[in-house]
Design a protein around this ligand. Structure first.
Ligand code: ATP
Length: 367
């Protein structure tokens, strides 16, 4: 299996039809709507979705800071819905870090262990191991008020990992860092997850962060989970329009099913006949197809099986160039071409152009 194939692993956290309603009467608001998820042992699992979709609420239910209105949370197969937070082998890293500013780095890391009543020697040993793990040995006696944001982030992680929770919850932990530091910490977090073997449940609204870090991603919208899958699966096979547009850039093309006899259905996509596999349950007759801008090749106009249109604009982005095309039926299309020097010479604004989707690049969407 692939290195990040986690299918054979046991479930760490399960959500079974978890619903959360805040308030009541006219004020009632449903933040989660019958969410079911299966998060595996030793997995880097990400909850991804726009602001307000319920990511933090789900995390708080797993931590035990909130109770579900309906449904259950299970840890390693046991229902923990009624366990208070401190009895769950689950820790949280908050966006704000929540460190004690007057305590040293080492004292912050030791804090939770001391509260658990661990013997002194064990606490000291674990603190040293954690300092090494997050590469903060040299600052162990410095007060956390006097270290940088990135360093505070490391201390917060070390403190949360020190009692060896089964599950670590991370609520947008990188959002306070600048871009360069954020990229570094993405790699660092991934390493920490791999080295500790602890299940990480990571919340973000940043699709790139989710794609680069996760074993699997749950895409959420309006209190529901729309799709769960590996980064490539989510990107290449978005289940519906929301997922396709939230993750990466996508062209949406209207299509009609012409015939479903034979191994591959025949479609008319923006007036061009093509054949493509359709996901189960997607039948048409009218469909929307998703097509990633980088999965197109520009070619001379008129060839069979290629989309046809007129080049409207080219926009240079450094590593790639975006070709804006108006297809014959009026649908806008963007093709993204890497090292586009040749293409920029071959295709001129205002002239006809063909654009050929790569094999299996067209994805029929459920709405
Ligand atoms: P963000 O990325 O902005 O944190 P989110 O996806 O984490 O968003 P949640 O914080 O889970 O979203 O909130 C989901 C919805 O539930 C929001 O509309 C929010 O206003 C609402 N909500 C959350 N907590 C409460 C509460 N205690 N009382 C009432 N409504 C709440």
């Amino acid at each position: 299996p692939a290195p990040n194939d986690t299918t054979s692993r046991l479930p760490a956290i399960e959500a079974r039809r978890v619903t959360k309603i805040f308030g009541d009467g006219d004020e009632a608001f449903q933040a989660l709507d019958a969410v079911s998820l299966n998060i595996r042992e030793n997995e880097f699992f990400t909850l991804l979705g726009p602001s307000g979709c319920g990511k933090t609420t789900l995390l708080r239910l797993i931590a035990g800071f909130e109770q579900p209105s309906a449904g259950h949370i299970l840890l390693e197969g046991k229902n923990i819905s009624n366990l208070p937070p401190y009895k769950r082998p689950v820790n949280t890293v908050f966006q704000s870090y929540a460190l004690f500013p007057h305590l040293s780095v080492a004292q912050n890391i030791a804090f939770g262990l001391q509260r658990l009543g661990k013997p002194k020697a064990e606490v000291a040993g674990t603190v040293d191991a954690m300092l090494r793990l997050v590469k903060m040995e040299h600052l162990k006696d410095r007060r956390t008020a006097n270290i940088s944001g990135g360093q505070q982030q490391r201390v917060a992680l070390a403190r949360a990992l020190a009692p060896r929770p089964k599950v670590l919850l991370l609520d947008e932990p990188l959002s306070a860092l600048d871009l360069k530091l954020r990229k570094e910490m993405q790699i660092e977090l991934k390493r920490l997850q791999g080295e500790t073997g602890i299940t990480f449940i990571f919340v973000t609204h940043d699709q790139e962060e989710a794609l680069t870090m996760s074993d699997r991603i749950a895409v959420m919208s309006e209190g529901r989970v729309l799709q769960v899958g590996g980064p490539r699966e989510i990107y290449d096979r978005p289940a519906n329009r929301f997922v396709a547009s939230f993750i990466g850039d996508t062209n949406f093309l209207p299509a009609q099913v012409l015939s479903t006899t034979g191994p591959r259905p025949r479609l008319s996509v923006c007036g061009v006949e093509m054949s493509t596999a359709l996901p189960e349950g997607v039948t048409g007759p009218a469909l929307t197809m998703a097509l990633r801008p980088e999965q197109l090749r520009l070619e001379a106009p008129g060839a069979a099986g290629a989309l046809q249109g007129v080049l409207k604009d080219t926009v240079y982005f450094g590593t790639d160039t975006h070709f804006h095309i108006a297809l014959t039926d009026g649908t806008p299309l963007i093709a993204r071409v890497q090292n586009a020097r040749t293409a920029e010479h071959a295709f001129r604004v205002g002239e006809p152009v063909g654009a050929r989707p790569q094999a299996d690049a067209l994805q029929a969407l459920r709405d």
